[in-house]
Write a protein that binds this ligand. Structure first.
Ligand SMILES: [Zn+2]
Length: 299
């Protein structure tokens, strides 16, 4: 896993950045963080014409997250659904398998069972997190390679592997398990390792004696011990994976889940959850240029 980027960041509690829960002194919870993703998606849909590419449902199978049973998802054929419902909005997961074998993967032996239903608690942490986030975003279908491709069927694997680029291109959003080394790493949505410190200036007598600027000084200074950095993405486990480029480049909208914070990437650029990193343009993202970090006011 990449070492945390060590730069300090600070802002006043009145700064618009501080509206994000990540600047709170207590760790932001799951709902706060999914709300940030929804906020990014809303802006992308309303203000980014270049991001409005057609959603093309090209995956053969997907996970249906809206089943009759609680905590059960179902492997379904998308072509049958698309015949009756038109193109389907879905999310896709980009992740590292790790060195171990994924016991939950779909095979010829268990594919019929997976069509009947998969208990989410039987899945690795990263898959469970992706399912929770997708459901909370109001998206019914999720594509995960390990479950949606029959892994020991050479014919199915070669057909579906050839379509993989289109699957990411056609997704509404890709959830990238950027820091997780394997399926058990998770998406870090429930806890962050770099909490924000709070330095209060309210009780400082010297500051309170200053009648001229008193109103602006009676505020709180928020300090984060790690701020947005493209290194969180490019030094990550996922970015070192051989196939990752197609997923990162072709996905129209992508959220990087790192151990430090989330990053939203679309055709217009990239933004960190703490709003300290905002880089305009897609070329800098593709090249992984950390020099672009100097432009923190971008977009
Ligand atoms: Zn966008």
């Amino acid at each position: 896993m990449a070492p945390p980027h060590s730069m300090l960041g600070a802002c006043s509690s009145k700064d618009p950045k501080a509206q994000r829960a990540i600047w709170n002194n207590t760790a932001p919870n799951f709902i706060h963080r999914v709300h940030v993703i929804q906020e990014w998606l809303d802006v992308c849909e309303r203000q980014h014409p270049n991001c409005q590419s057609a959603e093309i449902g090209l995956s053969t199978r997907s996970l249906d997250l809206d089943t009759q049973e609680l905590d059960v998802v179902q492997l379904v054929g998308m072509q049958d659904i698309e015949k009756t419902s038109g193109l389907i909005r879905y999310a896709a997961l980009s992740h590292c398998w790790g060195s171990g074998s994924l016991l939950c993967k779909t095979t010829k032996l268990n594919s019929a069972v997976h069509r009947k239903g998969i208990q989410t608690k039987s899945l690795p942490r990263t898959f469970q997190d992706a399912i929770r986030i997708t459901i909370t975003l109001g998206i019914r279908y999720l594509w995960i390679d390990a479950l949606c491709i029959i892994q020991d069927d050479a014919d199915d694997w070669s057909i579906e592997a050839a379509k993989m680029a289109q699957v990411y291109q056609g997704s509404y959003i890709t959830l990238a398990a950027t820091s997780a080394q394997d399926g058990n790493g998770g998406l870090f949505v429930d806890a962050l390792r770099s909490p924000t410190l709070v330095v209060s200036t309210d009780d400082d007598p010297q500051l309170q004696g200053n009648t001229v600027e008193a109103s602006s000084l009676t505020t709180t200074c928020l300090v984060r011990c790690s701020i947005g950095s493209l290194r969180d993405i490019w030094d990550s486990s996922l970015s070192r994976r051989a196939w990752v480029l197609q997923e990162l480049v072709l996905s129209p909208r992508l959220v990087h889940f790192t151990s430090q914070q989330m990053y939203y990437q679309c055709h217009e650029g990239i933004e960190s959850e703490d709003r300290t990193l905002k880089v305009a343009g897609f070329s800098s993202i593709k090249s992984g240029s950390v020099a672009a970090e100097a432009d923190t006011n971008g977009l």
